[in-house]
Ligand binder design. Sequence first.
Ligand SMILES: NC(=O)c1ccc[n+]([C@@H]2O[C@H](COP(=O)([O-])OP(=O)(O)OC[C@H]3O[C@@H](n4cnc5c(N)ncnc54)[C@H](O)[C@@H]3O)[C@@H](O)[C@H]2O)c1
Ligand SMILES: [Zn+2]
Length: 390
Amino acid sequence: MPEIIENLTVDFNVPFVHRLRFTQDVFGEDQQVLKALLESSDEQPARVQFWVDQNVADGTPQLVNRIKQFANAHPAEVQRVGSIQFVPGGEEIKNDIHILERMLKVFNVSDLDRRSYVVAIGGGAVLDAIGFAVAIAHRGLRLVRIPTTTLSQGDSGIGVKNSVNLFAKKNWLGSFAVPWGVVNDAEMLTTLSNRDFVSGFSEAVKVSLLKSPADFEQICRDAGEIRNRDMAKALPVIKSSAKMHLDHITRGGDPFEMLEARPLDYGHWSAHKMEAMSDFTLRHGEAVAIGVAIDTVYSSLELGLDKAVAQQVMQCLCDLGFSLTHQTLEDVETLFRGLEEFRQHLGGRLTLTMLKAVGQAVDVHSVNRDNMLRAIEAVKAFAAARQHVR
Ligand SMILES: NC(=O)c1ccc[n+]([C@@H]2O[C@H](COP(=O)([O-])OP(=O)(O)OC[C@H]3O[C@@H](n4cnc5c(N)ncnc54)[C@H](O)[C@@H]3O)[C@@H](O)[C@H]2O)c1
Ligand SMILES: [Zn+2]
């Protein structure tokens, strides 16, 4: 009798490469960096389409010409495909599913293939949305991100997640895809509003709390100067944060979040919910600042984190310029629904990363609501006292 039933279970690994570059002026004197990233094959120039966050283009009117000049200066290596495309900046692009369809249509009429490049220039929201379109077109074009906010240079631009919002839920529709490359260009940050400049540093605080006590101390020490946009202080923090994210993705053992925990989402269960509850008027980074403060105080109430650390985290975030209170904190019942949404997004049982000490994360699978409420109240009280002092 031939054997009919057969079960095959085979492990396999796929090698990935992540390319992260740091430049001062990618469309000026550092053009070589981008040129080198865009691999041309078969003696053909790389086919490249540029997509730009509208607010970035508005802030730098000469950007379009600089992109054209970059391509014109390297005809053997770079062939610009179609016109430069503009998309709305901020959460608007992630909230409007029709923009996704428009992006796919442009890729199609431009005949982009799996070896073509899309260079996306913009804030985290624009990068998330374009990244998703790029990931699903032909099952994946090559994506080069040029992040233009402090948040996307230190955090999201490095990551392997792409998404848009659906059903009023953050990042409901998305994919994991490793970008072809990421260029963190300091020049891009010059046109950011103060609000958006500050906003990114909550993710830097977050990753330092998880991974590096020395970085955490440095951010706290330099918080005032960072808030005043002293780039000698701000750029090293962004760079270090980017490198810690890169290390987490490439060496952390779980780039596609198959396991239970999502440590980089420390403070995010409430942050994502607050963003949605505020109708996205609250920036991601601003919500993360509050979320990190809440989970840090909670860690001190529930998990033995030194209470002085919790105070220091709140102080540091305030010194950076964050307000640690928001009206969404008044509706805790709705906020607590964020816990279930967070669980669903990952699947399986609820897993939240909390802190036992700076640099020492711990996973928990349930929440003591009384202590979480106390944590929320403590963060609000801290913020109110700060406002009083001002
Ligand atoms: N994929 C991930 O792993 C990941 C991680 C963290 C956050 N995110 C997502 O990133 C988004 C937030 O990104 P963000 O903080 O970069 O904000 P953002 O993309 O919302 O940008 C904020 C505002 O600044 C504008 N802007 C961007 N760069 C500018 C510049 N250089 N000059 C002038 N204006 C500029 C944008 O158009 C927007 O209006 C959220 O949607 C969040 O969910 C994703
Ligand atoms: Zn985040």
